[in-house]
Design a protein around this ligand. Structure first.
Ligand SMILES: Cc1cc2nc3c(=O)[nH]c(=O)nc-3n(C[C@H](O)[C@H](O)[C@H](O)COP(=O)(O)OP(=O)(O)OC[C@H]3O[C@@H](n4cnc5c(N)ncnc54)[C@H](O)[C@@H]3O)c2cc1C
Length: 435
């Protein structure tokens, strides 16, 4: 059945229903269940499939990869930070600037719902010291296995190695098998959950952007988010310190300060504190060509405490030894000071101020292929409240392919699950209402 045939099909079913009311029980004709296809078997697509199956639809999930949920499993390698426990206002504020359209979706499926869902699958969650929420086992694989078993029991069919190749004139997706051959599809409703464009080897490549743009859907270009940044280290610094953590530190840029840690890489810097500032750094670099990040190498000491320590007599110590003993700086931190100021200030106060704000000139984000997530995607203005594309009625979108952005901390998966939940439920309602 085709999306465009939906209204016709509805009246056919309604006619059957009227007829069946006058027949004896054994002769009654069961109406054929509606068919739904979901393309993309990450957390968003599988959640949409679950909602559709629960409403009685016959659901087929297609994914281009040989197995499903690869990025979800990769997230599990870092402990699977499923969501965050902070209060609702603080939680919503993590997304608000980028996508006001996301707030009602997150309210429909909040962190508590995600935690209940994980517990029902045998993976109860707990709140870590930072407020982040993890499954007890710190892994994605047991959760995904239990979830796939439950989906199979609900009648969901998963067809790996099948990819979306575009849309036909009837609005139905064109699905190709591994040999590139078109596969006939039947669908009363379609959910797209094709992910963003980071880590493309896990399946999400962002190729869908051109397919939807060709159908008139407005898509904000996909860019790296929660990513590292490039800077021009000296050969000496990058060869000696690439892979060395800088911690503890505080980073400041554009009036925002983030505490945490970062890692020196051959090309620049990456790590949690950098990711937290990645959206503002990326946008500043796009606008001005570069961004100067200030690194506080002693966030626990104020300038005057540091001046006091640096005013001690040096007693013939090398500056590296003096800075290590007086200011508690690791060799990587001392070398970073020298990267930005070949001649370190001799006076205690300017030296203390430099340690509290080492200016590092960032020239660009690392490539999107290496980012944790991507920003950009289908604009909320092109979707209705149930995440149906206004330009492609009967086609819903969810997950990272929507235009929202959030830091790490469980906000990414929470939004993927929540949008999958809302899109899946709205798609089921669309079928029930007969469009
Ligand atoms: C290293 C790493 C660690 C992470 N850790 C965390 C974490 O701890 N907490 C957190 O909140 N987030 C984390 N994330 C982010 C999180 O994993 C993603 O935001 C999330 O997986 C996105 O879900 P999704 O369903 O939208 O897309 P995806 O998980 O990317 O799934 C999309 C699916 O669509 C399929 N697909 C794409 N195009 C096609 C096509 N044309 N035809 C058919 N199928 C297609 C892909 O194969 C893929 O299976 C991490 C990401 C990475 C890379």
């Amino acid at each position: 059945m085709r999306l465009s045939d939906l209204k016709l099909a509805r009246s056919f079913f309604d006619g059957n229903r009227a007829l069946s009311e006058n027949l004896p029980a054994q002769a009654q004709i069961e109406p054929k269940p509606a068919t739904a296809i979901v393309i993309g078997a990450g957390p968003a697509g599988l959640m949409a499939a679950e909602q559709l199956a629960a409403s009685g639809c016959r659901v087929t999930v297609f994914d281009r990869m040989p197995s499903v949920g690869r990025k979800f499993l990769m997230a599990g390698r870092g402990g699977l930070n499923l969501t965050h426990s902070e209060d609702k206002d603080a939680f919503l504020a993590r997304y608000a600037e980028a996508a006001p359209g996301l707030a009602p979706v997150l309210e429909a499926f909040p962190p508590s719902a995600l935690r209940d869902w994980a517990a029902e699958l045998g993976e109860p969650t707990f709140v870590g010291s930072s407020g982040r929420v993890f499954p007890r086992g710190f892994k994605a694989s047991p959760l995904l296995r239990a979830w796939l078993r439950r989906l199979a029991r609900a009648g969901v069919t998963v067809r790996p190695r099948h990819q979306l190749a575009g849309f036909g004139p009837d609005g139905l997706p064109i699905i190709q098998d591994a040999m590139g051959q078109p596969v006939p599809v039947e669908a009363d409703v379609v959910v797209l959950a094709l992910g963003g464009a980071s880590w493309p080897r896990l399946g999400s490549t962002g190729h869908w952007v051109d397919m939807l743009a060709a159908r008139g859907v407005s898509v904000r270009p996909l860019v790296a988010s929660n990513c590292g940044f490039e800077t021009a280290w000296s050969e000496m610094f990058s060869s000696r310190f690439a892979g060395t953590p800088l911690k503890p530190l505080a980073l400041s840029f554009g009036g925002r300060e983030v505490r945490g840690e970062a890692m020196v890489t051959a090309q620049g810097l990456e790590g949690g504190a950098i990711y937290a500032l990645s959206a503002v750094l990326r946008d500043a670099i796009a606008a001005q060509g570069e961004a100067v990040l200030n690194i506080d190498l002693r966030p626990d000491l104020d300038v005057s405490a540091l001046v006091q320590r640096l005013s001690r007599p040096r007693a013939g110590q090398s500056s590296a030894t003096f800075l290590r003993k007086a200011a508690g700086l690791q060799p990587v931190a001392v070398a970073l000071l020298r990267e930005v100021s070949r001649e370190l200030p001799a006076e205690a106060e300017p030296l203390a101020r430099l340690i509290k704000a080492v200016p590092v000139r960032l020239t660009g984000p690392r490539p999107i292929e290496r980012a944790i997530s991507s920003a950009g995607g289908v604009r909320f203005s092109d979707c209705d409240a149930g995440l149906m594309l206004t330009k492609l009625p009967g086609v819903f979108v969810c997950g990272e392919m929507l235009d929202w952005e959030a830091p790490t901390g469980g906000y990414l998966l929470q939004a993927c699950f929540a949008t999958g939940f809302v899109a899946g439920r709205a798609a089921a309602q669309y079928v029930r209402r007969g469009a």
